[in-house]
Ligand binder design. Structure first.
Ligand code: G1P
Length: 331
């Protein structure tokens, strides 16, 4: 469809993922596995399936790893990389693409997995943003809706005026108008929470009379910290009904086990993802994500997030225990 083919997608992936340390010390957050692929893979699948052809990835210090992943798994997408050297906020990341992008634009945040119909956004007559009712709106951009349009937007307010959070999909009929608002924001020097915010640029757009339509979505899955990435992993494995069979291994579905993983004498699952080239021996692993290349021996893991190439080797106890004795192996 012409409208969609003309649309560009900007995906900012330079964020340093402080809440996911230590993993993000050495690895870009968007390449952490959730379900059967990295976070970025899920987002690119959505973009590809809806028919968008041009993608701009705003990359940071792990840009090379991201380029390698995209080239290997998404050769059919036309992807341009724009390097954001300094982390000056989401508004700044999108502003970096101003010399490349023209016409209709979709911005998708690189740290969340969304199951929503992107066509609703692309076919909307107006600019649109995704909103979701949340219990604690303080950690999000917050929207006030009046007469069917967004009337105000505030980034991470102390006293939220609503519980409608901005959750990571934005579409613009004319990207030029967004870039103009970002330019104004940049010139004004205004920062919120120390960063140049996309939310503040949208507020400028609204004040200049441009309409933004709210689109409510349900399926929004945070991957921002260990607890939420494990939850999202479980959700994806269940939704996709992923399963695996490995000879000599007791697998409790749903699980994802990469073909190149080598597992011996273990119990895997439920709700566990095992990445490429992982080696597991004599272990029990439930509700966990084992990223590529990790080695795990003699471990009993639950709700764990194991980074790429990490090595985790436990002890095998040979116990000879008498009547009325007690030994406890504490966590
Ligand atoms: C960003 C946006 C915020 C939005 C959030 C959604 O914040 O600035 O408006 O609500 O993403 O995840 P960040 O999570 O990057 O601090």
């Amino acid at each position: 469809m012409k409208n969609i083919e003309e649309t560009s997608a900007i995906i900012p992936v330079a964020g340093i993922g402080t809440r996911l340390r230590p993993h993000t010390h050495t690895w870009p957050k968007v390449l952490l596995t959730v379900g059967d692929k990295p976070i970025l893979g899920h987002i690119l699948d959505e973009v590809k399936n809806v028919g968008i052809k041009r993608v701009y990835l705003i990359i940071g210090h792990f840009g090379e790893k991201i380029k390698k992943y995209v080239a290997t798994y998404y050769p059919e997408l036309k992807v341009e990389y724009i390097l954001q050297k300094e982390q000056k906020g989401l508004g700044h990341a999108v502003w970096m693409a101003k010399d490349y992008v023209r016409g209709p634009l979709m911005v998708l945040l690189g740290d969340t997995i969304i199951s929503a119909d992107l066509k609703k956004f692309l076919f909307s007559q107006d600019n649109a943003i995704a909103l979701k009712e949340v219990e604690d709106p303080k950690r999000f951009g917050v929207a006030v809706v009046k007469n069917g349009y967004v009337a105000r937007l505030v980034e991470k307010p102390e006293k939220p005026l609503s519980n409608l959070a901005v959750v990571g999909i934005y579409t613009f009929k004319k990207s030029e108008i967004l870039f103009k608002s970002l330019e104004k924001l940049k010139l004004s020097g205004r920062m919120t929470k120390g960063e140049m915010q996309l939310t503040d640029a949208l507020e400028i757009m609204i004040r200049s009379g441009h309409k933004i339509k709210p689109i409510m979505i349900e399926g929004w899955h945070d991957c921002g910290k260990k607890e939420t990435i494990i939850e999202t992993n479980k959700y994806i494995l269940k939704r996709k009904k992923l399963s695996a069979r490995v000879k000599g291994v007791l697998v409790q579905n749903p699980v994802y086990i990469a073909k190149s993983a080598r597992i011996k004498n273990s119990i895997i699952g439920p709700y566990t993802s095992v990445g490429e080239h992982v080696q597991i021996e004599d272990s029990i692993i439930t509700d966990s994500i084992i990223n590529q290349g990790a080695v795990i021996h003699n471990m009993n893991l639950d709700k764990s997030l194991i980074g790429p190439d990490a090595v985790l080797k436990g002890r095998v106890e040979h116990v000879n225990i008498g009547e009325n004795s007690e030994i406890k192996f504490e966590n």
